[in-house]
Design a protein around this ligand. Structure first.
Ligand SMILES: *[C@@H]1O[C@H](CO)[C@@H](O)[C@H](O)[C@H]1NC(C)=O
Ligand SMILES: *[C@@H]1O[C@H](CO)[C@@H](O)[C@H](O)[C@H]1NC(C)=O
Length: 246
């Protein structure tokens, strides 16, 4: 889609940062790593960026994946333990244009290979465990050249307004089963309503405090599910904010 509609030069002006969340499962039982069989761990709270054998399950996999990505030349920029135990994320970027899709896709493949070696299963399901457990997303940071320059915040606000007008189309393309995740709880916005806010994790689109303060920067689309197609999501954000006319 992007290749047909955008010139190579224009694509070089687009920057993305993608957070890929995922859940590690025990083989055969489809139950998160570290969780007692047939039971639940203690409630969410101590696990986010947690350390220790009772909080971080699968770090050997996560670290091996990080190193393999660096070795493969992927612009992996970090990893951390997530809110739900057994859930992790890695970040890729800043990536230029269509290479954001390439980098996420290759990093996912490497993760599959590492988990295979470790005898664990990686799940990209947006809500692997129903109930009071966080789901898994693929938050996508995005900017154009004009958003990063003086007066960029005005360009950002116009772009977000256009995203709001095409909310349904974006949701339809942002991953299967996302309705189980975007409930308005667990740091998500309700799937049926578009919203945005500064430093608001409960909105569809978040603008960082730094961007507001500096009057330029980027914004984060928090709607994509962990199982999204990164080529579809990155190209659609660019298409709506640059080419689409309301
Ligand atoms: C995306 O932006 C948020 C701030 O809005 C930041 O905390 C996060 O690290 C960024 N992620 C990536 C992958 O760039
Ligand atoms: C990583 O980032 C650098 C600098 O932005 C870029 O030249 C390189 O192509 C990126 N790597 C990949 C795999 O996209």
């Amino acid at each position: 889609m992007m290749q047909q509609k955008f010139s190579a030069t224009l694509m070089l002006l687009l920057r993305y940062g993608i957070e890929q969340e995922y859940t590690l499962l025990q083989k055969d039982v489809n139950w998160p790593l570290g969780w007692p069989l047939g039971g639940f761990p203690g409630p969410q709270g101590p696990y986010y960026c947690g350390v220790g054998a009772d909080k971080a399950y699968g770090r050997d996999i996560v670290d091996a994946h990080y190193k393999a990505c660096v070795y493969a030349g992927i612009n992996i920029s970090g990893i951390n333990g997530e809110v739900m135990p057994g859930q992790w994320e890695f970040q890729v970027g800043p990536s230029v244009g269509i290479s954001a899709g390439d980098e996420v896709w290759a990093a996912r493949y490497i993760l599959e290979r590492i988990t295979e070696l470790a005898g664990a299963i990686v799940s990209f399901d947006p809500k692997p465990i129903p109930g009071d457990w966080n789901g898994a997303g693929a938050h996508t940071n995005y900017s154009t050249k004009s958003m990063r320059e003086e007066g960029g915040y005005e360009v950002i606000k116009k772009a977000i307004e256009k995203l709001g007008l095409r909310h349904k189309e974006h949701i339809a393309a942002y991953g299967k089963g996302n309705e189980r995740r975007l409930t308005g709880k667990h740091e998500t916005a309700d799937i049926n309503t578009f919203s945005w806010g500064v430093a608001n994790r409960g909105s569809s689109v978040r603008v960082g405090r730094d961007t507001e303060k500096q009057g330029k920067g980027y914004f984060e689309d928090r709607r994509p599910a962990s199982n999204m197609d990164p080529y579809v999501v990155t190209s659609m954000i660019a298409e709506t904010t640059i080419l689409w006319k309301p």
